[in-house]
Design a protein around this ligand. Sequence first.
Ligand SMILES: C[S@@+](CC[C@H](N)C(=O)[O-])C[C@H]1O[C@@H](n2cnc3c(N)ncnc32)[C@H](O)[C@@H]1O
Length: 282
Amino acid sequence: MANNDWMIESSNEAADREPVELHPERPHPARVYDYLLGGNTNFASDRAFAEAALKLNEGTRTTARSNREFLRRAVTFLTRDAGVRQFIDIGTGLPTSPNVHEIAHSIAPGSRVVYTDNDPIVAAHARALLTSEPGTGPTTYIEADLREPATIISQASEILDFSQPVGLLLIAVTHHLKDDEDPHAVVATVVEALPPGSYLALSQITDEFRPEQWHAIEKDFAQRGSVLTPRPREAIERFFAGLEKVDPGLQVVNQWRPEADDVYKDIDAGECSLLGGVARKS
Ligand SMILES: C[S@@+](CC[C@H](N)C(=O)[O-])C[C@H]1O[C@@H](n2cnc3c(N)ncnc32)[C@H](O)[C@@H]1O
């Protein structure tokens, strides 16, 4: 692959060229999340759904934003302190600032980033971003589903050097898988394909602190045909099975290596409601 191009790759190149049906009348998880982050890639239905979630749990907006701060610190740690130079970001979401490649490139400009999401709307926006902004390094988008890890591995291994450590980012995505989709096996399959010295950074919504509110939101998602599965700490711990967590281990994400000017470092655990960590494969 050329080393200086923004590229879009897809598990289905023909589908890439077909117009994407946006369904503005239906709330959409990536756009709802975008609204909670303060973005403008969302419609009235997304805003109404987000506002309903905010009524059920007023911390929902803070949850999204503290998650983004965790993502920034985790990618900074991986690039600056762990020397990782290639990333797979699964469930990347709509582009939002700062994107993973921007964080990595600010520290190590040649870093490679493979973005993946299963949502055609995210693909459309990623395509627009990656073709309109000249990059400072090789950044690629693959349209693929976490529930098909073999596809992601096979396509990513054509782009990344799987003899070198990879930073696998599963940030706020595993809660979009149901228990009967065996998310732990899915995550283990991707981790298994990575070479020693690779890292997993993962965050996921927990029901540890505000169970009633989160299970109400889970129900609301289900009624609208979407999945959100808050999990207890023990289930989130298991995503890191066989890996060595870096300090401070699995934490409420705003407490994972907080930095002085983080906006959400002092919010309480219930308001954050995400557990996350970073772990190394030996
Ligand atoms: C809450 S957003 C998180 C975005 C970003 N990772 C972050 O933390 O800011 C969840 C994203 O995961 C994506 N997603 C949900 N289920 C997925 C799946 N099975 N495979 C790939 N992506 C998925 C959604 O489309 C959405 O863009």
